[in-house]
Ligand binder design. Structure first.
Ligand SMILES: NC(=O)c1ccc[n+]([C@@H]2O[C@H](COP(=O)([O-])OP(=O)(O)OC[C@H]3O[C@@H](n4cnc5c(N)ncnc54)[C@H](O)[C@@H]3O)[C@@H](O)[C@H]2O)c1
Length: 298
């Protein structure tokens, strides 16, 4: 989708972190941004940031794990604004620790948000994308979708599944004459949002900035690319995994600190209150900001 001017993009989990940066980047490229998140206050904050920067934005509270909430928000958006052109499935959580020490509830909620939520939202909005002259689905996976990530097995496996889902859906759309809807899968290593605070980074790597990942994703959408892999070592990971015998690849992951990197994770402090508080609050789906703001003179 070369020209994004006036295109309507819905972003899940856009209340903070990478989702908020995606919102900024796509708004700056001329998109009308539909900010959604489970946390109402964060939706309002992101919308107000976009308005202050002169962007077009509206916000809706949407829990990706609740099909009723997703259907209600879609209905509301169709009546307030019209169909979307792009869908960016960004909402996600992580819980690290030895598999048996992390509660089953947390393992299951990782699946509900990272995978089932992504499928629920895609299922609801894909028909709208198909009716547009051009449509685009962008799915947030991760570098951990290509490798084993010990001490975050459920998180990594949701991302393996997201990659499989995205690539399969892309081919299905192409084969069924709906190739005007493209799919891009985004697979970055660690990003400085706080989600992975405390992890031991792989050798010769650094925390990516949300700005960099958002910029690469925008460029991939404009060029209709299938995948974003960043930084350099993520680009070679699928090939290295296919070429090297398992013991060699295992040695490499151990040497790179990938195998044990999650043992020092302390991102839970940021994740726990948000997810658990909001699921308990049982927030109704609803609008935060019905009006698309006119660009300000700033
Ligand atoms: N941060 C990283 O290092 C990194 C690396 C690779 C991939 N990713 C992926 O990028 C995405 C964004 O990560 P982030 O670092 O910005 O995380 P974050 O925790 O800063 O933001 C996640 C957002 O998702 C929202 N959310 C949580 N549950 C939700 C639900 N049920 N419904 C709707 N929204 C919900 C949260 O409110 C929050 O605003 C995730 O899918 C993550 O797996 C992150």
């Amino acid at each position: 989708m070369r020209d994004l001017t006036g295109k309507r993009i819905l972003i899940t989990g856009a209340g903070r972190g990478l989702g908020r940066e995606f919102a900024r980047t796509f708004a700056a490229a001329g998109c009308e941004v539909i900010v959604t998140d489970i946390a109402a206050d964060r939706v309002a904050e992101t919308v107000s940031l976009l308005h202050d920067a002169g962007g077009h934005a509206a916000g809706y509270v949407m829990d990706v794990t609740d099909p009723q909430s997703v259907r209600a928000v879609r209905h509301q958006i169709l009546s307030d604004r019209g169909p979307i052109d792009l869908l960016l499935n960004n909402a996600g959580i992580v819980f690290a620790g030895a598999f048996e020490d992390v509660s089953l509830e947390r393992h299951l909620s990782t699946y509900q948000i990272n995978l089932l939520g992504l499928i629920t939202v895609t299922h609801a909005f894909l028909p709208d994308l198909m009716r547009q002259p051009e449509g685009h689905v962008i799915n947030m996976a991760s570098a951990s979708g290509y490798i084993p990530l010990p001490f975050a097995a459920t998180y990594a496996s949701t991302k393996w599944a997201v990659i499989g889902f995205s690539e399969s859906l892309a081919e299905e759309l192409r084969l069924s004459g709906k190739g005007h809807v493209r799919v891009t899968t985004v697979c970055p290593s660690y990003i400085a949002t706080g989600m992975f605070a405390g992890v031991t980074l792989p050798r010769f790597s650094w925390f990516l900035t949300p700005e960099r990942v958002a910029k690469l994703t925008l460029r991939a959408v404009q060029r209709n690319l299938d995948v974003v892999r960043t930084p350099w070592f993520v680009k070679i990971t699928p090939l290295a995994k296919a070429l090297f015998p398992r013991p060699v690849f295992r040695w490499f992951c151990d040497w790179q600190n990938v195998s044990t990197g999650m043992t020092s994770w302390r991102g839970l402090a940021a994740t726990k209150p948000l997810v658990e508080a909001h699921s308990l609050a049982n927030l109704p789906a609803g609008r935060i900001s019905p009006a698309v703001s006119e660009p300000s003179s700033v």
